[in-house]
Ligand binder design. Structure first.
Ligand SMILES: *Cc1c(COP(=O)(O)O)cnc(C)c1O
Length: 222
């Protein structure tokens, strides 16, 4: 199994642009499996639930870079604020305010991505165009001094229509480039999962989030 996980990690990392990051999405998988990937070596892991990330953080090496990729509840931010490396899933002002507040308590500046709604489905989280613009204005006013915006994240529609997926990724790429022209330090475009990472890389992603492609299928319901 070691060889398997390590060769899969290598397979994805080999396709990244220089400075690109492979987030190995370890949600629902046991800490022992993360340890195997850690020893490959690999350092970037993604989780979508606060309690699970916190529990794994406590039993695994401290130099792991933990990526929060799931929808966050405000009352739980405090549990990951001391250590989270990058929050990909800022999808409303309230959560940005809470991350800022908790980061301040720990004397940190937490790097974040704004998650934009790019999929057609109604169920996907993410900022709408209008909310995104409003949040950028608030950020520019300096209202979140303990948060550093470093880029954008998006999830494409779950569809076999590759042109549709491409269009969604391309739209996010354009917003990313506009953001780079507006703020310093914008360097991450997080898009692409196991099913669509290749399209995402073609459209300019420099962070991909791969779960089942590395660790195998998850149980139904996740
Ligand atoms: C689960 C998850 C992934 C990884 O999904 P796979 O299809 O297993 O690669 C990526 N991004 C987010 C936000 C997720 O929740």
């Amino acid at each position: 199994m070691n060889n398997d996980i390590c060769s899969k990690i290598r397979f994805y990392r080999d396709q990244l642009p220089p400075e690109g990051i492979l987030v190995a999405v370890s949600k629902t998988k046991p800490a022992e499996m993360i340890r195997v990937a850690y020893d490959c070596p690999h350092r970037d892991f993604g989780e979508n639930k606060v309690q699970e990330m916190k529990a794994k953080h406590e039993v695994l090496p401290a130099d792991i870079r933990w990526h929060m990729i799931g929808h966050l509840q405000t009352n739980k931010v405090k549990y990951i604020a001391p250590f989270v490396w990058l929050v990909h899933s800022v999808d409303r002002e309230k959560i940005l305010r809470e991350i800022d507040k908790q980061a301040a308590k720990h004397g940190r500046v937490i790097p974040v991505l704004f998650q934009l709604k790019i999929a057609r489905e109604e169920t996907k989280f993410g900022l709408t165009e209008a909310d995104y613009e409003a949040l950028l204005d608030a950020y520019e006013e300096g209202r979140f001094p303990h948060v550093r915006l470093t880029g954008l994240m998006g999830m494409a529609s779950l569809t076999d229509d590759t042109e549709q997926i491409r269009r969604e990724f391309r739209g996010l790429r354009r917003k990313y480039e506009a953001l780079q022209n507006r703020f310093p330090g914008i360097r991450y475009l997080s898009m692409g999962m196991t099913g669509d990472y290749r399209l995402a890389l073609d459209e300019g992603a420099n962070i991909i989030r791969i779960g089942s492609g590395i660790f195998g299928a998850r149980d139904y319901g996740h």
